[in-house]
Design a binder for this molecule. Structure first.
Ligand SMILES: Nc1ncnc2c1ncn2[C@@H]1O[C@H](COP(=O)(O)OP(=O)(O)OP(=O)(O)O)[C@@H](O)[C@H]1O
Length: 930
């Protein structure tokens, strides 16, 4: 009978009059608004007025665009006219996440006193600042990934970085080179990054402009201030216990995070109980290109499938989030890897245990985020019952793990604690069907509090009484349609349709006239109403108090439940590895200290799952070592499967080193410490970068950072430039990798340039392989099989045919290719003139800090040209540098002049093979005078 406020899901319609018609800037209300707005100028201010959250000015324009709500005007026609948009307060949970997900920082301003009791203007204040990186709202958070706030601090020598997920309490810190920070940013994908106002340029130059960020004042980035923030938060005198006391820049960044929490009014943060150090040496170095290129957690193109999607068979959000971290942070310590592998193997050998474990884990839900909500006092009754259910599932999981006979699982069992006292308390007090809101009743079980039970009885019997009153009134008046109803303005009333209003007794007091009916109250009705409402109000207060006490009680279990959540995450990841291995036929790799990489019948974990029905992925063997086969040059036509082979090798290594089984018949992985990937630069064309420059800069950085245990994947390096430069660059890089006295990095080098096969003649550890294709009737069949030996020629023209190129063009291209090949054999090597890339390679110093010499025609440093370390460049001059272009242009024929013109306009740096063929056709037409 009692009607509550409007349906929260209903799209709000702006009503007017909330503010009164006075000119905006003149009203005390608006003065209050502007004062509050000034305290958070960068945030959209949601200003609570009555039942609405209002936005004004620019904020209103932004809010109406993002939320699709009506934009109106306040003070229309006056000097203080301003845009206005708002929504009902109860719709905050729907609208707030939309604003935050759109990258907005949102300041929520609430009424700090009851408007009914306020004398004059209602007191208002900012109660929360919600930003993309600091959010506890389920609608903003992704279940399967963390939501990190990050702070970056640039020091003199090194830079510091810190990550915090307030929804889980995870707090991390690291310090190192800009490269290291770039890698961490790529891996952790923070939702928001904080940096110092004066470092904006430095940040954007190093990490790009794409991160959602917020710049803070310089004083926040002081070491002493940061240190103080941390020691005060953790209530310690030093940071030694966390193993981070040497990280000056890291501590500064972490302090900035705590400062920001306070600024955004997040003060109940007891669940941030520790800070962990991200140790650079502990994990395989995957540079940011590798993480992207291998599509570990994110596909490069829409519709693509990242590795994590194939791998993730976790059944809890903690497991899913941990798995993402494992994937981007593979281990280097064989013993640690072995422990995970042995556990996965044991789980596979006991399928019943695996099934039981998965079944219990499914009951857990997001234990980690639930307990964080307890810590920040934002857990609702329904979530508290979920917490009790999750704790209920801990017991059986602990029993399964303890009885498993598997050491690593037994250790996890030791970390689990069902927190029975808390679970029992929640179950005893909270109704299983408890609502989300705490202040509207129905939260607590009967029998929890005597006064509560009495008030409930009164409230219910009161309502019964109202029903009886209605029955009596019907009898007395003979108006059968008469009814008792309730609204907020008049409370309870009797409603009589116009047809019967003559029968209404004189003692009834008329309160409201509608089109078809009249509404009345009576003395009796008012008395009972007061009784009921009073009982309800008191009842709500009692419930709220008992509930708050229960949340405080639960807060004592934060640390223990966080430990449960961590152990559950690990168990879930290991179970997921076992489930994936079973489903996709993965095998246990041998991982040790050796320097061998030997994969038998390896497969690409993602491509093999994407093939059309009936198609089989063709497995391949790959062996790399330091003595005999350090560098494998793989040639083959476009589409042959070269890239797939390169990536699958890296993915198999990575899977092995995160402790997962691998898609192969067998694999022996001597631990790899760094994986580098470079893909020919044409992918960057869309960004308008100088592809050649980008490719060379990145490659140089790889060559300067290698170790004996590194794995290097080079895919079509050199294709960002003309053929000659491309071949020469590729040639020189392979030579450098082979001859480097510092490191014999294992390398797979895929290329179209079959000329590179000659390298094997001079470099004993370079081996040629090709991805087999069969030619029959002028067509090619992709066999996808890697076999020893180089390949004779490129197959680009066949691919052009496959792409639907007209036969005439294909035939002509064939003709030209033969011509070019003949020319090449007759002309031999090119001149001694140094080229752009000679300079680059000359800049590849053996010192780790070696810089790349600029390519844009500026002079290289003298030492780079002359010193003995410039050898790789000299070697290039011996590379096969065919000069085929000269003879084409000798005669001064007008048609050939036209060809010359066309050619000069070409930008070979940006030409794709297909475009090249089209250009060839154009040239052909030019020479025939058409
Ligand atoms: N071993 C394999 N078994 C089955 N299909 C494969 C295999 N390897 C690759 N493919 C399929 O062939 C396609 C092309 O492979 P890939 O991109 O590796 O070729 P590529 O030689 O690197 O070509 P390009 O030189 O044009 O980059 C893949 O998308 C995949 O669908």
């Amino acid at each position: 009978m009692k009607t509550k406020s409007a349906d929260p899901d209903k799209k709000p319609v702006r009503t007017h009059g909330t503010l009164g018609p006075a000119p905006v800037s003149d009203t005390p209300l608006m003065k209050q608004y502007y004062q509050l707005k000034q305290t958070h100028p960068g945030a959209v201010l949601l200003f609570r007025v009555g039942d609405f959250y209002e936005t004004f000015g620019e904020d209103a324009v932004t809010a109406s665009r993002i939320l699709d709500i009506t934009l109106t005007k306040r003070g229309a026609g006056t000097a203080s006219e301003t845009p206005l948009a708002g929504f009902p307060h109860h719709a905050l949970d729907n609208y707030l996440p939309k604003l935050v997900r759109a990258g907005q920082r949102v300041a929520i301003c609430d009424q700090l006193e009851d408007p009914k009791l306020a004398k004059g203007l209602v007191k208002r204040g900012i109660t929360e600042l919600v930003t993309p990186g600091v959010s506890l709202h389920d609608n903003v958070l992704e279940r399967k990934s963390n939501n990190y706030l990050c702070a970056v601090h640039f020091g003199k020598q090194e830079a510091g970085i810190s990550f915090l997920d307030i929804s889980t309490g995870e707090f991390l810190v690291a310090q190192g080179t800009i490269d290291y920070l770039g890698k961490l940013l790529q891996n952790f994908q923070p939702a928001e990054v904080l940096f110092c106002k004066k470092s904006r340029r430095e940040f954007e130059e190093n990490f790009g402009p794409d991160f959602c960020h917020f710049a803070l004042d310089e004083w926040v980035f002081g070491f002493d201030y940061g240190h103080d923030q941390l020691t005060r938060h953790f209530n310690t005198t030093s940071l030694k216990g966390f193993g981070i006391d040497g990280l000056r820049e890291g501590i500064t960044a972490a302090g900035c995070i705590l400062h920001y929490l306070a600024e955004t009014k997040h003060t109940d943060v007891g669940h941030i109980g520790s800070i962990g150090r991200l140790e650079e040496d502990k994990y395989v170095w995957l540079d940011r290109f590798t993480v992207r290129n291998l599509e570990l957690v994110q596909a490069q193109h829409p519709g693509g499938v990242p590795l994590i999607d194939i791998l993730d068979q976790t059944v809890t959000p903690m497991g899913a989030r941990l798995l993402r971290k494992w994937v981007v942070l593979p281990l280097k310590e064989p013993a640690q890897i072995q422990r995970r592998l042995d556990t996965v193997e044991a789980l596979l050998q006991t399928p019943e245990l695996l099934e039981n474990l998965l079944q219990h884990l499914r009951q857990i839900g997001d234990l980690e985020r639930l307990i964080s909500k307890v810590a920040v006092r934002r857990i609702n009754p329904r979530e508290l019952t979920q917490l009790a259910r999750a704790l209920d599932a801990i017991g059986p999981i602990r029993a399964e793990l303890a009885a498993s006979g598997i050491r690593a699982l037994q250790k996890l069992a030791d970390q689990l604690n069902p927190c029975a006292a808390l679970r029992d308390e929640i179950q005893a007090k909270i109704r299983p069907d408890a609502p989300i809101l705490t202040n509207q009743g129905g939260v607590l079980n009967d029998g929890v509090d005597q006064e509560l039970d009495e008030l409930r009885a009164m409230a219910f019997s009161g309502k019964d009484y109202l029903f009886q009153l209605q029955q009596r009134a019907v009898q007395e008046t003979g108006i059968s349609s008469l009814k008792v109803a309730y609204n907020k303005v008049f409370g309870y009333y009797l409603e009589v349709t116009n047809a019967h209003k003559d029968k209404v007794p004189a003692s009834w007091i008329r309160k409201q006239t509608l089109v078809n009916a009249e509404r009345y109250i009576t003395e009796e009705l008012k008395t009972y109403e007061e009784k009921i409402l009073h009982a309800e109000e008191r009842l709500f207060v009692i419930e709220q108090n008992i509930y708050n006490d229960l949340v405080l009680f639960a807060a004592e279990y934060v640390a223990q439940i966080q430990q449960n959540a961590r152990a559950i995450g690990v168990a879930d990841c290991l179970a997921s590895f076992a489930a994936t291995a079973r489903q996709h036929r993965y095998v246990k790799p041998v991982v040790d200290d050796s320097t061998t990489l030997d994969i038998t019948a390896g497969r690409h974990p993602v491509i093999e799952r994407q093939l059309p029905p009936g198609e089989q992925y063709i497995p391949n063997d790959i062996r790399l070592d330091q003595e005999d086969q350090q560098i494998v040059v793989i040639t083959g036509p476009n589409m042959a499967g070269k890239s797939a082979l390169l990536r699958q090798t890296a993915l198999i290594v990575l899977l092995a080193q995160i402790g997962s089984f691998v898609p192969a018949d067998a694999a022996h992985v001597g631990v790899i410490d760094k994986i580098f990937t470079r893909v020919g630069a044409s992918d960057n064309l869309s960004k308008g970068e100088s592809t050649f420059m980008v490719e060379m800069t990145e490659t140089a950085s790889i060559l300067n950072n290698l170790s004996d245990r590194s794995l290097v994947l080079m895919d079509e390096i050199g294709r960002g430039t003309s053929t000659y430069d491309g071949i020469s660059i590729a040639w020189a890089i392979v030579e450098h990798l082979h001859n480097s006295p510092k490191a014999r990095a294992k390398t797979l080098f895929a290329t179209h340039y079959h000329e590179l096969n000659q390298l094997a003649d001079d470099c004993p550890r370079v081996r040629n392989y090709n991805v087999a294709v069969k030619e029959a009737d002028g067509r090619i069949l992709f066999l996808r099989k890697l076999r020893e030996g180089g390949s004779e020629h490129s197959f680009g023209i066949h691919v052009a045919r496959m792409a639907g190129m007209p036969t005439s063009v294909v035939l002509r291209a064939n003709e030209i290719m033969h011509h070019l090949e003949q020319e090449r054999t007759s002309t031999g090597l090119d001149t001694d003139e140094p080229t752009e890339f000679d300079e680059v390679l000359a800049g590849l110093d053996d010192e780790p800090t070696g810089k790349v010499v600029p390519l844009n025609g500026h002079a290289a440093p003298e030492s780079a040209h002359r010193g003995p370390k410039a050898q790789p460049a000299a070697a290039v001059h011996n590379a096969p540098r065919p000069s085929l272009q000269l003879s084409m242009f000798e005669p001064a024929d007008p048609a050939l002049e036209r060809v010359r013109e066309l050619l000069q306009k070409l930008d070979v740096n940006t030409l794709t093979p297909i475009e090249a063929l089209l250009k060839l056709n154009e040239l052909k037409l030019a020479t025939s005078g058409k």
